[in-house]
Design a protein around this ligand. Sequence first.
Ligand code: T1G
Length: 685
Amino acid sequence: MTSPVRTERHDDVLVIVSDNPPVNALGAAVRQGLKDGVEEGLADDAVKAIVIRCDGRTFHAGADITEFGKPPQGPNLPETLDAMEASSKPVVAAIHGTALGGGLEVALSCHYRVAVPSAKLGLPEVNLGLLPGAGGTQRLPRVVGVEKALDMIVFGKPIGAKEAEAIGLVDKLADEDALAETAIAFAKEMAKKDSHPATSARTDKLPDATEVEQIFEDFKQKNHRKIRGFDAPAANIRCIHAAATLPFEEGIKVEREEFMKLMQGDQSKAQRHLFFAERQAAKIDDVPKDTPLIPVKKVGIIGAGTMGGGIAMNFLSAGIPVTMLEMKQEALDRGTGVMQKNYAGNVKRGRMSEEQAKAAMDRLSTTLDYADLADCDLVIEAVFESMDVKKDVFGKLDAHVKDGAILASNTSYLNVDEIAQATKRPGYVLGMHFFSPANVMKLLEVVRGAETRGDVLATVMALSKKIGKVAVVAGVCHGFIGNRMLSPRQREANKLILEGAKPWDIDRVHQEFGMPMGPFQMADLAGLDIGWHRDPNRIESLRDELCAMDRRGQKTGAGFYDYDENRRGTPSQDVEDLIRKWADKEGVEQREISDEQIRERTIYTMVNEGALILEEGMAQRASDIDVVWVYGYGWPRYRGGPMFWADLEGLDTIVGGLEKHADKMPELKMSALLKDKAAKGETFN
Ligand code: T1G
């Protein structure tokens, strides 16, 4: 098999070129090629300098993640990098695209780095539950200093080449179309120098011993909330501390030990699972990859409320013009006002420039007339969650919008097939379920109707990536994937508080699990009056009574919790008494309820619902369900999603936990798929 790495001679410069699509990952063959190329360059006296570069879209974008968890093959990267760094001949990295992880570690082991302005450089291993395992935690601090290294490594966010040059990580910027020749010329120049700085030997950017501990204390103090629950950030901090306090070789030993611990841990397995799951979700199993897409040059949005405005912003920010329709001018004015405010907030937080915000809003036009939507390629309806209202809107859209345009509903529960039947183009109808706030939340459930065409589905999935969403295909069922799994969780939580558990205990169990909030905190945030009949005199349940008392959640200052002016919630004795009253009224026997039982009743039931979703074909794959929960509901990434987590727990444990409470859960329909896999010792992923 031909090596993905070749060498080229340019006078007395040897250029080592990797060509390993799609991202020049540093798999075994590439590492072997790099090693051989470096040895060739070092052994040949006629070679005075070495350049390392890549063909294709990017410089090395890291180790080959598909190799992780398998027996190591080929040369290990650190040895090759050490040989490069020890070279008496200058080694220059020529960087374009994204030099990430092991890719930046290759570049850090070079003596010099040349990059094009559009390049990005980073050590994102922490996002995989890992750390830079080829010297990055020891070399980056020596080049950019400890504070910048902490920021880049612990949060894994890449920086642009211009910033990299400003902080000394890049030595020279090349024109976008002249990287190779610039790097070669630079290498020739450097070859005239007597010596070349081995990164590992540098100490000029390391802090004074008296400052080190304060730097790390301040960093941990400032960021502990962001990294709570994750193992990798703390391990990265320990490695960078070693870089600041130990000789290089000692620091490398710390890095190696910490890396192996993380690699073998469940958290990294979970985060690597999500890396591939997110990319897998974009694939539609039964639609050919090369299906021609429908060009989407103009989008219509029906409804200028919170959802409509948020949805519109996704397209405006991605450079796609939007026409937003409402019934009344004041609704349009209010909606565009909210959008202006949101953009101003983005500018204030440095997420975009004034010009970008203005350009986005300039792409917006508004109307009260359906005729103005005629030339839209896609129209998304975000009106009141009522089937009659939606059918009426789709009927109008069908009449006014050009043939071949896609009509999408933002419904979060309703039957998309029924909506499609209100049009003469059911093949062009699907659901696009955005999560609130729609301009922030990354998850998008794309609901495939029975008649939705393959090219329509493929178009919307590709468009989702363009507007920065993580899209998952869902089938038509009540609540699709995410909200459908919320139902049994909420049902069991509501029963548990009548059986003796306190709402705040149930929320605590979920927060200790790693969720951003528990079922009752979430209910208070969303509002207890969603779906309430709104008659304060008709009190048939605890929820009715809470709403009648105006305890409708955060928005009324009280729900299950009492809220202060900063919306900080505290348990309410009144609510506790009210729950006891309803429990007595319904004759529910009270008992002590353990944290374990709370998990079994509320989290295991979600896994069972996920298995039913799979069984019914409402999701393409178990990993899609994981993606929904991580991106839509804040499931902790270090637990990989409900189905991945259940695999680690053991599906027999999940079945056992559910069967234990069968008498308390008559509504539960046990998934045959879950039982079958548990019996066979199989997993979902
Ligand atoms: N290994 C294997 N495959 C990879 C890969 C990698 N590092 N990166 C991407 N792919 C695949 C991806 O699965 C997809 O495959 C295709 O390439 C296009 O990716 C020792 C231990 C580079 C910014 O974490 O961030 O180095 O779905 O869809 O949106 O210290 O890929 O087409 O079959 O994402 O243009 C550190 C991970 C590894 C970078 C491009 N590196 N990659 O984004 O394309 S650990 C990373 C990315 C490490 C060392 C440590 C992005 C990208 P398929 P894509 P994109």
